[in-house]
Design a protein around this ligand. Structure first.
Ligand SMILES: [Zn+2]
Length: 305
């Protein structure tokens, strides 16, 4: 799947752009460590994972915009204490110099988390990223009570990697998320990777909680299907949740060309309307990105509307 495929898909669907809610931009030394980890196929990954878009930051931005991506995120995630506030200061700066990036922030269960999350919200954060597998913490940790309360009140979405793929962690799976939503039922969680491999359980959670959304990051690609195949029995629910599923890619840390992730959605045969909503309209609504640009194919900066 090459760039022409992506441009052709956008034209055919009449998309003003793609909104990719799951992309990684982070401080260079951190990105390099992440890439080293993928290269080593470490225990949290469990398989060879050759990264396709290992370029310098400005090149990566150009590549992403070249696909017609209108808005994207800069997902960072701490794996230890005393890291999140620093990452958040980097992402705030990145968003300030990258107008098409949705200002992203993160947190970790630690004293002071409430303070820096409040500061992130005051600073205009549009989305949070939480990685339960890499962070190895219970999302219900009491040190996060204030954080979840603030985020629920603000109504800001949280992309959360909480499924047990690619390898399980101590706190991954649907249980801790159910417990969290019992306490904070209005949280706008976006379940990353459709909750892989616990697809059915996370779709159940979405069915029970109207505010819960899901992202398609890496789902349905050949790479992902070979390890954690999405069950055919759940295709009807993919259609039913057509207003609550958002496209994400994991760019740049993917072992295949970007277009393959979009083609993987197209070949589900859920229809052009479904694709339009998943690749653009749902995220435009959730993030208040306003009216699409009238010039298909051109990227337009994220406005502050
Ligand atoms: Zn990711």
């Amino acid at each position: 799947m090459n760039d022409d495929y992506v441009a052709g898909l956008r034209t055919r669907l009449g998309l003003p752009g793609i909104i990719d809610i799951h992309t990684h931009f982070m401080p260079e030394p951190v990105m390099r460590k992440v890439w080293d980890y993928f290269d080593s196929a470490g225990p949290l990954i469990g398989r060879a994972w050759p990264i396709e878009y290992r370029d310098e930051e400005q090149v990566r931005l150009k590549t992403l915009r070249g696909f017609g991506v209108r808005a994207f995120t800069s997902m960072v995630y701490p794996h230890k204490p005393d890291m999140a506030a620093w990452l958040n200061s980097w992402t705030a700066d990145f968003a300030a110099r990258t107008p098409d990036c949705l200002h992203t922030a993160t947190f970790y269960p630690e004293p002071g988390a409430g303070e820096y999350v409040r500061a992130a919200l005051d600073g205009g954060t549009r989305v949070f990223k939480v990685h339960v597998q890499v962070g190895q913490f219970d999302p219900g940790d009491p040190l996060l009570d204030e954080v979840w309360g603030l985020i629920q009140e603000a109504g800001v979405p949280v992309v959360i990697h909480c499924g047990s793929g690619p390898t399980p962690g101590k706190f991954t799976g649907p249980g801790p998320i159910r417990a969290l939503l019992r306490r904070f039922p209005r949280l706008r969680l976006i379940i990353a990777h459709l909750g892989a491999p616990e697809y059915t359980e996370f779709l159940d959670i979405a069915a029970e909680h109207d505010a819960v959304l899901l992202d398609t990051t890496m789902n349905f690609t050949d790479f992902f299907e070979s390890a954690d195949p999405f069950p055919a029995s759940e295709y009807p629910r993919l259609r039913d949740f057509g207003d609550r599923i958002l496209f994400g890619s994991d760019f740049p840390n993917i072992p295949y060309p970007y277009g393959h992730a979009l083609h993987a959605l197209e070949r589900l045969n859920l229809g052009d309307d479904w694709l339009r909503r998943v690749c653009h309209d749902n995220a435009a609504r959730v993030f208040g990105l306003g009216q699409p640009s009238p010039h298909p194919g051109k990227t337009s900066p994220v406005s502050s509307d």
